[in-house]
Design a protein. Structure first.
Length: 211
């Protein structure tokens, strides 16, 4: 079957009536990403297909990107812990999946959806880097970036580019409940560094969907 092709560059949407606090227990116990230097990124990753309310978890496998799209970690077999079963059952999570399917127009019964759960932690001793690989593509047709939480931070602005050497065509701090759907074949994306606004740690929580 031919993979889908986006007919848009990007779409920005706010989910109405979205209860972001439902995700807090699942982000507070994320394990540290061992594939980058530092302790600022926590991460899980799973692959699914199926309807939002009846997702089928696909077999666990390494997450691998080519060096062409990820100059920092390309070619590395990254083995991330799976998303928790209890998270997949949360109604708000299923709302995210439904939004991704609706905006991308994929057939979820046959198309693999990758879902990354990521927390970026910023502290006085270490700023957070949502995109340590720099301006990049992920190597898919669609990328959906869903903001779940921003607390005690500045920065973390999402940028979209037509080319790495051109100014961004989109730059915005996504707020909880807001998401941007990106045509990953046409655009590059990046998120700026995150710094704490106080003396304690700040966090930026997102889900990144790919298909």
């Amino acid at each position: 079957m031919t993979s889908p092709r986006a007919t848009f560059d990007y779409k920005l949407q706010m989910l109405s009536g979205f209860n972001a606090s439902a995700f807090e227990p699942f982000f507070s116990n994320l394990p540290v990403d061992p594939y980058i230097q530092g302790q600022f990124r926590r991460r899980r990753f799973s692959r699914f297909n199926g309807a939002p309310e009846n997702l089928h978890r696909l077999e666990h496998k390494y997450f691998v990107q080519s060096a062409k799209v990820n100059q920092l970690a390309g070619g590395i077999k990254r083995d991330f812990p799976e998303l928790e079963d209890s998270l997949v059952e949360v109604e708000e999570f299923q709302t995210l999946v439904a939004a991704f399917i609706d905006f991308s127009k994929i057939d979820p019964m046959v198309t693999e959806m990758g879902i990354h759960q990521i927390r970026i932690v910023a502290s006085k001793s270490e700023q957070g880097e949502p995109a340590p690989e720099g301006i990049h593509q992920d190597g898919f047709d669609f990328v959906g970036i869903f903001c779940i939480k921003r607390d005690g931070i500045s920065g973390g602005e999402t940028h979209l580019y037509r080319a790495k050497d051109q100014p961004p065509i989109f730059d915005k701090v996504l707020v909880p409940g807001e998401f941007v759907m990106v045509n990953d074949r046409e655009l590059f994306h990046y998120a700026s560094a995150v710094a704490p606004t106080g003396d304690t740690q700040g966090v930026r929580d997102v889900f990144v969907f790919t298909a």
